[in-house]
Design a protein around this ligand. Structure first.
Ligand SMILES: Cc1cc2nc3c(=O)[nH]c(=O)nc-3n(C[C@H](O)[C@H](O)[C@H](O)COP(=O)(O)OP(=O)(O)OC[C@H]3O[C@@H](n4cnc5c(N)ncnc54)[C@H](O)[C@@H]3O)c2cc1C
Length: 333
């Protein structure tokens, strides 16, 4: 929901979600397909959650940016930045800027060039991600409209429809589970863990890419007139679906703090002081959620049921998603 609020604030919301329908239920299920806990969309909530494809999201953001006068240049690889306010491109061009924003992902060249990286942790788990065509049956069925995370042993499958035509699947597992992360996916291996999903698994074919999860922490989020945002600064496991949410929230608040401060450097200091604590809290919650994979299934199921009954525990998990980004105002009435 936090990302949706950012889309509203920058004028990209209507286009981004035009192809999708709001989530109405997010469930976690055990190896017998029993629901362990569910997060429903409250009808009173003015902002709904969506599951979008990257292309729908990027197209809407590009169009919103252009409508504000932004010029977008593709195929221009950045290799470094000068804290005095220059972006240095691969062909040697130096571009002057009041503020250079490095949002170049987990392998950020600019972050590394500035020596801002404090730690880069390769985590035990990773995932195989892909899109498959959505069937006519999935468009009308109860489960076909939900976001469902299935757990079995140390493996998980996340299922969600993005739009009328695409279903997104993430197969999450430990890096040392060699049979599980083989590509193309071994249908027999995954169907043994999830027999009730064998028809779904058979639809995957040779689709999918494997990525290992990483967690990033920086000494500082900026140096001089250069700052780092998104996965480049704060990559986290996708366990609670917040990496993109925090990339977006921190980018929006960056604009607010720097626009309102007397100097760019002062704005960057205020921005980091304001946003870093919740970002790091979210990295921790997301990390520990993944660590539940180490628990025996019965213990994990018991803990999840307990979470469902405890508004306090659910609140800890939901706090990042419910956060109102700096730069977003609640609609009146
Ligand atoms: C399995 C999985 C599931 C996830 N699910 C969710 C979810 O449900 N919700 C959520 O909010 N987040 C989720 N995330 C996290 C989310 O995808 C990331 O946090 C988000 O994409 C980070 O955005 P970013 O713009 O910082 O980096 P990226 O999306 O990595 O974008 C970086 C961009 O910079 C470009 N680039 C890189 N290097 C250079 C260079 N040198 N010069 C110029 N350009 C460059 C790249 O081409 C790319 O376009 C998930 C991640 C994974 C792995």
């Amino acid at each position: 929901m936090n990302f949706v609020k950012v889309l509203i604030a920058v004028g990209a919301y209507s286009e981004a979600v035009s192809n999708s329908r709001p989530f109405y239920m997010r469930e976690t299920r055990d190896e017998n397909n029993r629901v362990l806990y569910a997060i429903g969309e409250e009808s009173s909530e003015s902002v709904k959650s969506f599951s979008l494809t990257r292309s729908d999201l990027l197209q809407a953001l590009c169009n919103a940016a252009r409508s504000h006068g932004v010029e977008i240049t593709t195929s221009s690889k950045a290799v470094a930045a000068d804290p005095a306010g220059f972006l240095i491109l691969e062909d040697g061009t130096r571009r002057r800027a009041d503020l250079v924003v490095a949002a170049d992902g987990v392998n950020s060249a600019i972050r590394d060039d500035l020596g801002l990286l404090r730690s880069r942790r390769q985590l035990r788990e990773g995932s195989i991600r892909l899109l498959i065509p959505r069937t006519a049956q999935e468009r009308v069925s109860e489960d076909g409209r939900k976001g469902i995370e299935y757990w079995s042993g140390k493996r998980r499958i996340y299922y969600t429809a993005n739009n009328p035509n695409d279903v997104y699947l993430a197969f999450m597992l430990a890096h040392d589970d060699v049979a599980g992360r083989a590509l193309p996916i071994k249908q027999d291996v995954w169907s043994r863990s999830f027999p009730h999903l064998s028809d779904l698994i058979a639809r995957v074919g040779d689709r999918g890419r494997w990525d290992r999860f990483e967690q990033i922490a920086l000494h500082r989020w900026s140096r001089g007139r250069v700052c780092v945002v998104g996965d480049a600064a704060s990559a986290m496991t996708p366990n609670i679906g917040q990496g993109g949410g925090f990339a977006a929230m921190n980018a929006l608040s960056l604009a607010v703090y720097v626009s309102q401060a007397r100097t760019v450097e002062e704005g960057l200091d205020q921005w980091e002081r304001s946003e870093r604590p919740l970002t790091e809290y979210t990295q921790r919650v997301s990390y520990w959620y993944g660590e539940m994979n180490r628990l025996p299934s019965k213990l994990r199921a018991g803990f999840m049921r307990l979470c469902q009954q405890s508004p306090r525990l659910m609140g800890l998990r939901q706090r990042p998603a419910r956060h109102a980004p700096v730069g977003y105002s609640e609609p009146r009435g």
